[in-house]
Write a protein that binds this ligand. Structure first.
Ligand code: 0WE
Length: 195
């Protein structure tokens, strides 16, 4: 189904259909983000009010809206997983307003985990290292960042989409039944390095 997360009616329609077709829900994967291209380069202080609101609405608020819909359908417990990036906790050149959006997203994970825990609904984030994809090829300097990870990260390589998917499957499964409110780094160990 189409789900423009900026449109509350579309979000509600998705959960109404899930209710009708499946009756309940076990897992929700939140895997989307957007900032204006112009806001992913240059001076962070140039970010406009509108650009800031757009990035935070789509990339961070959307998890709150989707979790609200999922909460009422996860009647036998459940798992919510979102995708985040190191730029939400440390300064990554040019990540700019997306870093602020990811910081908000990661705090959403903790507040939602606290609220939904009594319903046995777990909420976690995966902080993936940079990956060459169609979306990331739109990001200037992505190849330099990938080479930097290959030089510095303990595993001396970037992660694959399969590795991110496998970690997501873990967080969706009962193997992770005691884990909620966490950010799991799937980044070849990059973030432990200080020099
Ligand atoms: O979260 C992201 C990028 C998400 C993203 C990508 C685009 C490209 C096209 C959000 N909005 C847009 N808007 C567009 O118009 N990443 C983790 C990948 C990424 O993006 C960067 C990075 C990395 C890593 C931007 C600057 C610096 C590093």
């Amino acid at each position: 189904m189409p789900c423009n997360v900026q449109d509350e009616a579309q979000v509600e329609a998705v959960f109404e259909t899930i209710q009708k077709e499946w009756g309940r829900l076990d897992i929700l994967i939140h895997c989307l983000a957007f900032a204006n291209r112009d806001d992913l380069t240059g001076d962070f202080s140039s970010t406009s009010r509108a650009g800031f609101q757009l990035a935070l609405d789509i990339s961070a608020y959307s998890l709150v809206a989707l979790a609200r819909g999922a909460k009422s359908l996860m009647t036998e417990g459940g798992s919510i997983v979102t995708l985040t990036y190191l730029g939400g906790v440390r300064v990554v050149p040019n990540y700019n307003v997306m870093g602020i959006a990811k910081a908000a997203l990661e705090m959403n994970v903790r507040y939602l985990a606290a609220e939904l825990g009594p319903n046995n609904i777990r909420v976690n984030g995966i902080s993936a290292g940079p990956i060459r994809t169609l979306a990331s090829s739109a990001v200037g300097g992505i190849l330099d960042m990938i080479h930097h990870v290959e030089d510095i990260a303990p595993l001396r390589r970037t992660v694959t989409q399969t590795e991110v998917g496998n970690a997501t499957a873990f967080l969706c499964s009962d193997l992770s039944s005691g884990i909620t409110g966490q950010i799991l780094y799937v980044d070849s160990g990059y973030c432990i390095m200080g020099m």
